[in-house]
Write a protein that binds this ligand. Structure first.
Ligand SMILES: *Cc1c(COP(=O)(O)O)cnc(C)c1O
Length: 401
């Protein structure tokens, strides 16, 4: 352990302490497995917050990256490159949307969505200058930039980062009355996660998305879904909104697994009409749509399709859920999830999920606590049944009464 401790000490000395990682140092990953610098092997149950749905270092994605790296990596959007078109074609086909706008990180894609709906509000809906309002939902997570923390209700994310971006109206999750009441003539969009990941895998009531979308339509308000974490197979459908009828968004935000965790690639998708608000020079990113990211993104999407990762997530997620529910323990107060996106909520008297994640680490399972009392299980979607069996054995051991 001393070797790992040296690395941790150096990292602590030289990096800002904006995270509180588990005390291990990873150096290699393959599929669902990762290895620390002492050669210990762990099953990754976090998948880098669902960026690694395709598994670590998927050979097809790595091949696409290395092949592209030998050709050209960055052109900027001042010139066309031969990779962006095929990537966006695939993405639009899979999401059944007209157009996509590629960015890099998730937060940047959310910012892009904010810009799109505001501009749509002024130029299409006819909202008065600088009056646009966007409805967001309590306990959301949309990223860490100033605008995305301005959307947040979480004191830790906001404290001493003000002044905040105005124009966001918070409503309770799952509250359709609140949504209707919050809409004014200046409302341009509702932006929400179809399942709240960082809040602890919070799932809306059945039919909520469809009803919310309908209310938006009736009021000429754009329905925007942040599927950066829930999208691309994680919840047992390609996109989480597909769990309901008629819940497709006007603007869809994707990131994380869009590159299989290989490179930062994100995007927003929308109709021709909405995307038409973007004209030359009004928005951009040096790296957005670069040929490396595009080649990687195309390969990452093909893996999701070819290996039927959404179906796997659905079937194996049900299997995992049933096995977890059968664990005999008083420590669990709730288990909820969709597909391989499952939260185990622990009894609040236990003092938080962190010590249980540390115990699981010593058993070879890497999990991260979310919102203090919830253990999130989100393994790469390439996981096999036998590994789920092993995973549940370790969890049962740690949570036994
Ligand atoms: C991770 C995440 C983001 C932010 O993505 P970054 O790449 O970290 O900027 C935004 N929304 C949701 C729902 C996320 O899970």
């Amino acid at each position: 352990m001393t070797h790992q401790q040296d690395i941790i000490d150096q990292t602590d000395r030289r990096s800002a302490h904006n995270y509180n990682p588990l005390p291990l140092v990873l150096e290699r990953g393959e599929g669902i497995w990762v290895w620390d610098t002492d050669g210990n092997k762990y099953l990754d149950c976090l998948s880098a917050y669902s960026a690694v749905n395709q598994g670590h270092c998927h050979p097809k994605i790595i091949d696409a990256m290395t092949e592209q790296a030998k050709k050209i990596t960055l052109t900027s959007r001042a010139f066309h490159n031969d990779q962006m078109g095929p990537f966006l074609e695939k993405l639009c086909q899979m999401a059944r949307m007209d157009k996509a706008l590629p960015m890099n990180t998730g937060a940047e894609a959310v910012e892009t969505a904010i810009k799109a709906v505001r501009k749509w509000g002024y130029e299409v809906k006819g909202v008065e200058d600088n009056k646009a309002e966007i409805i967001v939902v309590k306990d959301n997570f949309h990223g860490r930039t100033i605008a995305t923390v301005s959307m947040s209700s979480e004191p830790d994310y906001r404290k001493n980062f003000g002044p905040f971006t105005p124009g966001f109206i918070l409503i309770d999750y799952n509250d359709l009355d609140a949504l209707e009441q919050a809409i004014t003539p200046n409302t341009v969009a509702l932006i929400m996660e179809p399942v709240q990941g960082e809040a602890g895998i919070i799932i809306p009531d059945e039919g909520f998305l469809t009803k919310a979308r309908k209310i938006c339509k009736q009021n000429n308000v754009l329905f925007v879904l942040d599927e950066i974490q829930t999208g691309l197979g994680r919840t047992g459908k390609l996109f989480c909104f597909q769990h309901e009828e008629n819940a497709a968004p006007d603007v869809l935000i994707v990131g994380k697994a869009l590159s299989g965790g290989v490179y930062p690639v994100s995007a927003i998708l929308a109709s021709d009409e909405i995307m038409a608000v973007f004209t030359p020079g009004i928005h951009g990113s040096t790296f957005g749509g670069n040929p490396m990211g595009a080649a990687i993104g195309l390969a990452a999407l093909k893996v999701i399709e070819d290996e039927k990762l959404a179906e796997r997530s659905h079937i194996l997620g049900d299997y995992l859920m049933r096995k977890l529910q059968a664990i005999p323990t008083n420590k669990i107060t709730d288990i909820r999830g969709r597909g391989l996106f499952i939260g185990i909520e622990l009894n609040k008297d236990l003092g938080g999920a962190r010590s249980y994640c540390e115990a699981l680490m010593t058993k070879g399972l890497l999990c991260k606590e979310t919102h203090d009392h919830v253990i999130r299980l989100a393994p790469p979607l390439v996981i096999e049944k036998e590994h789920i069996d092993w995973m549940v054995e370790q969890i049962a051991e740690v949570l036994k009464d």
